[in-house]
Design a protein around this ligand. Structure first.
Ligand code: KIV
Ligand code: ZN
Length: 388
């Protein structure tokens, strides 16, 4: 089993998504939950960006004792000093410095030459390494950069003292096979036999962030950057819960371990939703409201006989209290009788036909049938306490 470091950027890249900004106390609450979840590195913010971000990073740094706290900064001396200042109280600290490496970013955003960026990388990493336990360097827009030049920049960062080199798919453009190949190239040309870690940071513009992260791990990456509920710039970042459960469910093909306690995934998702005040879509993998809900009669019967018929993981394994059978017009008698049994009601054999007919008629008119509806259509032998 190879260990994969989980670097969570919910509080930094995640917070950059529209409508997801968080107050300082909310960030600290979320950071505590990320530590409980077992995240190795919590990226708490971008201290140079604002006073608020600086204070939040400082507060998270003072709070966490087992997870490392990372602060983001450009390859600019004043940014690095601000990040270092914010991390002063951290038990374990990381400065994460980044600069773009694609020609399009160099020409239109940075207005710098390739040689300038090499110098900026060298100077920034050397400065950062005096102010934190370790330094991570990111080559922004790596997947649209010239590969030879990208390798030169990453090599410069390693020679200057970076122990983690991050390969961001900043615009969510790459494909799994192509990204895997890029990681293999970087491993061969830049890392060699050294202890330097390759990290990946995938955006979800084509819905491929988790697939690309998995391909990268198979190709040799040993740190994955992700967020709870997949929040992040534009279409978001790789979803932590999806990446982790892919590893957990497919251990046969993905022999990698992490420090994540999977039973904290659902609580982490719910906490984040309550803080940012918007929920994940109902069909979101792992943490969506319908992720373990079964409506079709055949599926419900199968799940009631043995959950493995239609569930590749148990709701309990990700911290969901129990699977929820949604009763609707596709539901069969097994699910109906099972729900009555959970409500403490036994339907006599002689009444089953009549109760099911009433249920089917109701389900035809209503989208979902709730417990109160079932009580209303049950025969008169309902215990008084339940009918009340
Ligand atoms: O998407 C990106 O390139 C980033 C970097 C700052 C790592 O968020
Ligand atoms: Zn990003």
């Amino acid at each position: 089993m190879r260990d994969i470091t989980i670097f969570d950027t919910t509080l930094r890249d995640g917070e950059q998504s529209p409508g997801c900004s968080m107050y300082l106390d909310e960030k600290v609450t979320m950071a505590r939950q990320l530590e409980r979840l077992g995240v190795d590195v919590v990226e708490a913010g971008f201290p140079f960006a604002s006073e608020g971000d600086f204070n939040s990073v400082a507060a998270v740094a003072a709070e966490l004792r087992s997870s490392k706290v990372a602060a983001l900064c450009r390859t600019v001396p004043s940014d690095i000093e601000r990040a270092a200042e914010a991390l002063k109280e951290a038990k374990h600290s990381r400065i994460h410095t980044f600069v773009a490496t694609s020609d399009i970013h160099l020409e239109y955003k940075l207005k710098r030459s390739r040689e300038d960026v090499l110098k900026m990388t060298d100077t920034a990493v050397r400065k950062a390494r005096d102010h934190a336990d370790d330094v991570e360097f990111s080559a922004e827009d790596a997947t649209r950069s010239d590969v030879d030049y990208l390798c030169r920049v990453l090599e410069t960062a390693v020679n200057a003292g970076a122990s983690v080199i991050n390969v961001p798919d900043t615009v969510g453009y790459t494909l799994p096979s192509e990204f895997g190949q890029l990681i293999r190239t970087i491993k061969e040309r830049v890392v060699g036999n050294s202890d330097v870690k390759i990290s990946v940071h995938c955006h979800n513009d084509l819905g491929l962030a988790v697939a690309n992260s998995l391909a990268a791990v198979e190709a040799g990456a040993s740190q994955v950057e992700c967020t709870i509920n997949g929040i992040g710039e534009r279409a978001g970042n790789a979803s932590l819960e999806e990446f982790i459960m892919a590893l957990a469910v497919r251990q046969d093909r993905l022999p990698y371990s992490t420090n994540i306690d999977t039973t904290q995934l659902y609580p982490s998702s719910r906490l984040l939703s309550s803080i940012v005040k918007f929920d994940v879509q109902p069909n979101k993998a792992i943490v969506g409201r319908n992720a373990f809900a079964h409506e079709a009669g055949i599926h419900q019967h199968g799940v009631l006989s043995n959950p493995l018929c239609y569930e590749i993981m148990t709701p309990e394994s990700v911290g969901v209290p129990k699977n929820s059978i949604v009763l609707g017009k596709h539901s069969g008698r097994h699910a109906l009788l099972s729900r009555y049994a959970e409500l403490g009601i036994t339907i006599d054999d002689a009444d089953i036909g009549e109760v099911y007919t009433r249920f089917a008629a109701l389900a035809d008119r209503k989208k979902n049938v709730y417990d109160q509806d079932l009580l209303a259509i049950a025969p008169q032998n309902i215990p008084a306490v339940l009918a009340a």
